[in-house]
Design a protein. Sequence first.
Length: 94
Amino acid sequence: MRTVAATLLPILLAVVVPSFRTFTLSQRVKSGSFDLYSTLMLARSEAVKRRAPVTVSAKSGSWNNGWTISDGTTTFRDQDSPKGLSLTSDATAL
């Protein structure tokens, strides 16, 4: 019985581990995209509520440092960049 388990375990691990890695990476991308989406929705909501422009800007000039939502004087959210993801863009503000 142990021989069968010892034989099957490496085979199962060889199948499951790559699938789990793909699942984990997929979840990171989904989580990061939701963070960005909710940021844009908050910026839109604040702009409509205040009837004034609201900006989403990269922290310290890089989206990999995170981003802030502000109207120039008030910061509404200061968000860190999602862990394990790299964000790139030519623009430093939206």
